[in-house]
Design a protein around this ligand. Structure first.
Ligand code: UTP
Length: 477
């Protein structure tokens, strides 16, 4: 029942209608008369939470996603990870990990629309033989890192309101993969509405706005608003090891990378990022560039074609430092960004968003892009760093993304890459692996658990290695 302090539904509706009118969004209340009170209240909550001013500004400002002007943009020369004094930097990184200064952070709030599964992407069966989920692979890796360095290594996972509950149920059903529920934290990110081509907010149904997660850049706000940055700092954690949920080959805790972040002269220990040499001009990854001494990532869709295809004197792509979306962030750096009010720019992506017609209420599931999704990107923090280290790693060691259901970056290509890395590690330990004589392709299927080995050196200590792996064999270790 309404009290003096709590406005009635009608009063709330009037206030919302006035606010919506000021921004040309009054259609959101078009189906009011058809809704029951619970639906009305839910819709008003969504409307009250809409950052209308910011959306209007972001919609009008196309600079964040316009094709960039190539003038004055230089390539970045990364630190090549297998050419540094690895003993020294692994020692530095190991000391940081063992001192309980590191937390793992996975961004898993995306919708995974290209993969086409309705479940959270982290639950996707990703490994070639045992079909372990992405979450299980990372859990094994983090568990093995905890054991190796006798460290706490809490695991923070960013979810969105769209997949939070299901992600929680998945972990609970798997008993948190043995990590202990108290050491795995699901942190919910915010949402933004999808817009039509005229900037009007789309309705998912008569009583609900079409909301999408606000991008991996939403991590900054989610970590801040949940009090996580301060909590980490209080617990002595100054290093956040960031990775995406869709890359089963990534190393959630990499002592060499953490060591470079803390001790390499090119680093300010604010943000460090991993890259691989782009496979081709057309590969759809963001590229690290620099302008006026400041480093930044240019999204593939924002890079002018002539810049994408530029080559150096050796015929290699000039702008080839392809981001694999693995970073180490200094917690004090993220706290500084929040303190100084660094808002990350909103980028616009053309997407297919199921919605209803704002006049007729007819529901459509589009087959062509019909909407703009607004998202912020975590790599837009990079230019704010005093110095941003860019470290080049080997593609087959760390990058096997699962983005699409078929074709490039699909489960099939990822499985082949996971097998290939396992084959290489076994070969480095003296195991003979059957390969196609013409193409060099591994002819067996191999799955290595991070529990067995976090790297090739650790695998060498494994006592149950076979002498050889034959063609057609399926080996799990
Ligand atoms: P992608 O950009 O590949 O998007 O996310 P996606 O949502 O997973 O997949 P599509 O584009 O709908 O097919 C890269 C990483 O960022 C996370 C994803 O979960 C993934 O780990 N992400 C993305 C978030 O955590 N939140 C977001 O709002 C967007």
């Amino acid at each position: 029942m309404a009290t003096a302090q709590q406005p009635s539904l009608d009063e709330r509706r009037s206030a919302a209608a006035e606010r919506l009118r000021a921004y040309g969004q009054q259609h959101l209340l078009h189906f009011w008369d058809r809704l029951n009170d619970a639906a009305r209240s839910g819709l008003l909550d969504e409307i009250d939470a809409l950052p209308l001013e910011m959306l209007q500004r972001a919609f009008a400002d196309r600079s964040a996603d316009a094709k960039q002007d190539a003038h004055g943009i230089l390539p970045v020369t990364p630190v090549v990870m297998d050419q540094v004094d690895s003993e020294r930097f692994v020692r530095e990184g190991s000391a940081v990990i063992a001192a309980n200064r590191v937390a793992a952070f996975t961004v898993a709030g995306g919708q995974g629309t290209r993969l086409g599964s309705d479940s959270p992407k982290g639950t996707f069966p990703a490994t070639p033989i045992l079909r372990k989920s992405l979450f299980e692979v990372f859990a094994e890796s983090i568990g093995a890192a905890r054991a190796r360095w006798s460290a706490r290594i809490p695991w923070l996972i960013m979810t969105s309101p769209l997949n939070h509950a299901e992600t929680g149920r998945f972990f609970a059903a798997h008993d948190w993969f043995g990590l202990g529920a108290g050491s795995v934290h699901l942190i919910m990110q915010g949402t933004l509405p999808s817009l039509d081509w005229h900037g009007r907010v789309l309705l998912a149904s008569e009583g609900a706005i079409a909301l999408n997660p606000d991008g991996h850049g939403g991590a900054l706000r989610a970590l801040d608003q949940g009090g996580w940055l301060d909590r980490l700092a209080r617990e002595g954690i100054d290093t956040l090891s960031y990775f995406q949920v869709d890359n089963p080959l990534c190393k959630p805790i990499d002592a060499l990378f953490i060591g470079l972040h803390h001790a390499h002269p090119e680093s300010s220990a604010e943000v460090s990022s991993k890259v691989v040499a782009k496979a081709s001009a057309a590969e759809k990854v963001g590229v690290f560039c620099q302008r006026g001494g400041s480093r930044f990532v240019m999204e593939y869709s924002d890079m002018p074609r002539e810049m994408t295809e530029l080559c150096d004197a050796d015929g290699a792509l000039l702008h080839r430092a392809g981001s694999i979306a693995v970073h180490v962030f200094g917690v004090p750096f993220l706290q500084r960004l929040v303190r100084e009010g660094h808002g990350l720019p909103l980028h616009r992506a053309r997407k297919k968003v199921p919605c209803i017609d704002p006049e007729t209420g007819v529901h459509t599931v589009p087959t062509e892009p019909n909407a703009i999704k607004m998202e912020s990107f975590i790599f837009d923090t990079v230019p704010a760093a005093q110095r941003a280290l860019v470290a080049q790693t080997t593609r087959v060691e760390e990058f096997a993304p699962i983005k699409n259901a078929v074709g490039d970056d699909s489960p099939a290509t990822s499985n082949a890459l996971q097998t290939e890395r396992a084959a290489r590690w076994l070969e480095a330990c003296g195991v003979q692996v059957a390969r196609d004589a013409a193409t060099g392709r591994c002819l067996a299927e191999i799955e290595l658990s991070p529990r067995t080995a976090l790297d090739a050196a650790a695998l060498a200590k494994c006592t149950s290695l076979p002498a050889q792996v034959g063609a057609g064999e399926r080996l799990t270790l």
